[in-house]
Design a protein. Sequence first.
Lengths: 305, 341
Amino acid sequence: MPEAEIVTRNLKDRIAEILQDHTVEITEEGIVVPRRLIKLHGESRIYDDFVDTYAGQAEVFQTQLVERLTGSGKTREEYGVLFDPELHIVGVFNTRFGDLDREGKRIAFKTVNDAVLEMATPVADRKEIPLDKRISGRPSLDRTLKKLLGELHMVELNREGENRKQDPHISEAMYILPVTHKEGLILPDFLRAYPDLTDLQRTLAEQIMKGLKMDSRYGYLISHPIDSSPLPQLKYVFNTHFARYDHQTKRIVFKTPQEVILEHASRRDLSRTDLPPLDTPWHRPPQSYRGGSGVAEYALIGRRN
Amino acid sequence: MIAVDPQVVVWEYTLACNSHCIHCGSDARTPRKNELSTEEAIDFVHQIKEVGFKRLILSGGEPTLRQDWVRIAEEAKTENLEVGILSNALAWTPKTIDALASLRPFAVGFSVDGEPELHDYLRGAEGSHQKVFDVIHELKKRDIPVCAVTAVNKRNLGSLFSIRNRLIVYDVDAWQIQVAFPMGRMASHRDLILDAHEYYQLGEFIAETRERLHRMNVQGADCMGYYGQLGQRVRENEWQGCLAGIESIGVESDGTVKGCLAMRILSCEGNIREKSLREIWEDSNNFKYSRQFNVSSLKGDCRGCNYGTQCRGGCQTQSTAFFQEFHHAPYCFLRYEQGGK
């Protein structure tokens, strides 16, 4: 049966571990700081991203040209999202314009001219602009982020029943970013998402999922205080193999652990697995009164004395 | 004369049902015209105890469609009867589960006839599979023993593997596997009845599952047998003959008493509105097919069988459903192994 919890069953710690593998070093205001860089996709209008990326740099004619070149339709764009180690989002950039310069410890952006020129060039004729021909820049924290989060993934979350100390009125915007991590171990996520497993469920899960690697699509629940300056922060994570955001109830709903185990066991014969034994009286072999096994076809089997 | 030993009453508490299973032997849908009142039912519980039965199973139809089923179950518990219930779970609410948690039944049984789509199709109720397993999940959390019953036909024979996986994962305590008979609504679906080969395959599945899976109590129902290489592997002990009218009775919702609730013909032994249960149970002229069995009563392929005295022609409900006569088993492991049908 569906359950909704924001405090428990949270895979944020798991993701924090996973994101350590995505650590990059970025120089900010002369200091090298660790960041976690992931990529995700969203539908967006290129013109808007261009204006955000090159605010204060692009000439009017350049922005007008880009608008004419790219039109008003939305396209599937790839974004780089930078987190700090506390999993605040500290920057977002469209990879059409910016890329990680690992050696230079920076996000390197195409110059305005290169960016405009590239958009005016047929795709087949475009050439990769090397990192050393790019300029350093600060990924947007404002419009691009808000657009990326807000237009596509803003959710309301029903937090009724949650033990909140804060003002129950809405004080933050919540977003769900869908992020895919490839070839991750599924068992640690399962055990974290279902902390109250029975011995049987745990045994089955371990036998079925141990060592199993899968691509997982996660829901990153991002909280962004509305009226203040704090950065948007990753608050909660769920694996979509187990849970989903339900638009009707505005809750994150989980499958039962049994359903998840069954999904992963579809081709296995579970009667061949080693199951934990039971020694309660109910589970003793039934003693028949006379040797008959049951009482016609409507009888219940079970303990007899 | 076989000595009787009253143990189990299976009570069709109402014929009303909110499922419409294609294999329903009772053709359950609407209540019988003259079902027992609450007062009559309470009195009957006392009679069950007085005769010496140990266990009462509320069945149907769907027993929980009658509002007073909890009252009756409580009365039975007061009489120190063990109470079980067979249900489709469709009308269950959290209150139903609370009521059962208080009653502490010896088991709650649910039909599981396939994976979701097939189960819902066979039971004529969309969403019934989901409902059953939601309820099983809740009952297990409260440590109430749960039993699954699967009626096998040609459509779901191939689904047993998936059903077994699901029952294991849901930690169902017991699984009774039986075959669908050509009676009630299933009489219109004879094309779905297993043939002898499929029946034997089913026996092998039950035997293998029993031998491999110790956490779940898996049994072939009384319609599965008999003797041969598989006979003793589908149940705990060797088959000793049908116990209808010897250890068990079935009672229809209007008070009609039979040896087995599932038996549709040749089986009315009286009605508790006309005689007491003790009178019906102790009448030497009742349940003759069981209590006064003579090997000369065997019919068809059972006649002349070396196991005839002990077997008595297998499950009598099955015999009457297929042949409208007693002591004539339509299926038999031993017969199959010997090259017969």
